[in-house]
Ligand binder design. Structure first.
Ligand SMILES: [Cu+2]
Length: 420
């Protein structure tokens, strides 16, 4: 069992200065929570941010009901709430995260600093050194307050001017040549896509969204939608300093607002101490969990859309904005379904489903899927994705939404009700 108290409150150090940004227990990101399969995770959340909030355990395959990973809860300011999240015995080991999910203020609260890593221990020991790189972005004014965001920035999906790794601006990460490190990279930005490249090195990916790949896979670039995680093995061989960069990434365009691009930014520097040494060996295989096979009981089609409303642009799923009381999809517990998500808009929307992981079968880009389950999937602009989802356990209601959290907050979210 892990029992913790998390107090959400203003007043944290960010980028080396005292700010009015928000954190958990006085830091942003909040403390890294570590659990094991079979654990009961008990969190007493104290709300001292002056507005309603709650907590979502992003990526965990756990119950959405009651005081578990329930996005419909509303924790009033000045009160506390006791979460109890039962991590199943067969839960995959991996990298997950926690953040508020109170509809209407999710982007504001994460942009203000409320996020933290949540790790499920287990799996092979891959490197003598392990680090969490939780990436956030925000914008601070000269007084250290989180800047307000324009309506246009919200339509495009806000991106902060300050990109932080574990609350630090461009940290230096020390390493020794010949010694591997496992980096657990979490994209906790509200809208920014991370396209990771490490100068002078390939990135060896071992897991995506917490799920191990079948084998280590070398990549020049690892792309993470908001919410995605990648576990990477870094294997430096030569002393020197190497920039960890997020490359510019085209997110499409917005009608009347021009193109939307996540800017190029230096996240940090890998500082490798010598002497030069051979790269450490890689495991031949990894414990990738099996992918659900079906039978496929039902197919569904969902549509992400953007349209012109009377005053501002509307962001919809199947032509509607979010209603917490409406069941948008009713699913039979114990069945497996294929969902096609269509995007009629000129902008990428990352699709996130709570609780039940999704296996990407293919998409309109024609690029081969990574082959493991994930919980946030890019839906290409004017394109589509096909997903296989096993609703084999956990009855209850939860949500799916765009993980450009400004879009979610204005209604690009809907409910799934899994019934016995
Ligand atoms: Cu969106």
């Amino acid at each position: 069992m892990l029992q913790v108290q998390l107090t959400a409150a203003p007043g944290v150090r960010l980028a080396g200065r005292d700010t009015a940004a928000w954190g958990f227990n006085g830091t942003s990101p909040g403390p890294t929570l570590r659990v094991r399969p079979g654990d009961l995770l008990r969190i007493r959340l104290f709300n001292q941010v002056g507005q309603a909030t709650n907590l979502h355990t992003h990526g965990l395959h756990v119950s959405p009901q009651g005081n578990s990973d329930n996005p419909f809860l509303r924790i009033e300011p000045g009160t506390s709430f006791d979460y109890e999240i039962r991590v199943p015995d067969d839960h995959p080991a991996g990298t997950f995260w926690y953040h508020p999910h109170h509809h209407g203020t999710v982007a504001d609260q994460i942009f203000a600093g409320l996020a933290g890593a949540l790790l499920v221990d287990g799996g092979p020991a891959l490197a003598p050194r392990e680090r969490v790189l939780l990436v956030t972005d925000t914008t601070l004014d000269t007084a250290g307050r989180v800047a307000s965001v324009s309506a246009m920035a919200k339509m495009m999906g806000r991106e902060g001017t300050l990109v932080l790794v574990d609350g630090q601006h461009q940290p230096v990460i020390a390493a020794a040549a010949g010694a591997a490190q496992r980096w657990r990279v979490i994209n906790a930005c509200t809208s920014r896509v991370l396209a990771l490249r490490l100068e002078g090195h390939q990135l060896t990916q071992v897991a995506f969204d917490g799920w191990f790949l079948p084998a280590p896979t070398a990549r020049d670039l690892v792309v993470l939608a908001p919410g995605n995680r990648a576990d990477l093995l870094i294997r430096p061989t030569a002393p020197g300093r190497y920039a960890l960069v997020s490359e510019a990434y085209d997110r499409g365009s917005i009608m009347g607002g021009g193109s939307v691009t996540s800017s190029q930014v230096v996240l940090g520097t890998l500082d490798v101490a010598g002497p030069a040494a051979a790269a450490p060996a890689l495991p031949a295989t990894l414990p990738a969990p099996p992918i659900p096979v079906g039978p496929i009981v039902r197919e569904r089609q969902l549509t992400f859309g953007m349209g012109r409303g009377s005053e501002m642009m509307s962001f919809t799923i199947d032509g509607r904005t979010y209603s917490p009381t409406r069941d948008d999809q009713t699913v039979q517990l114990g069945t497996t379904e294929d969902w096609t998500v269509i995007n009629t808009s000129p902008m990428i929307h990352p699709f996130h489903l709570h609780v039940w992981p999704m296996h990407l079968l293919g998409d309109s880009t024609g690029e081969p899927p990574i082959g493991v389950q994930q919980d946030v999937v890019f839906v290409p602009a004017r394109g589509w994705v096909r997903l296989r989802i096993a609703f084999t356990d956990y009855p209850g209601r939860s949500v799916y939404h765009c993980h450009v959290l400004d879009h979610e907050d204005v209604g690009m979210m809907a409910t799934a009700h899994v019934q016995r």
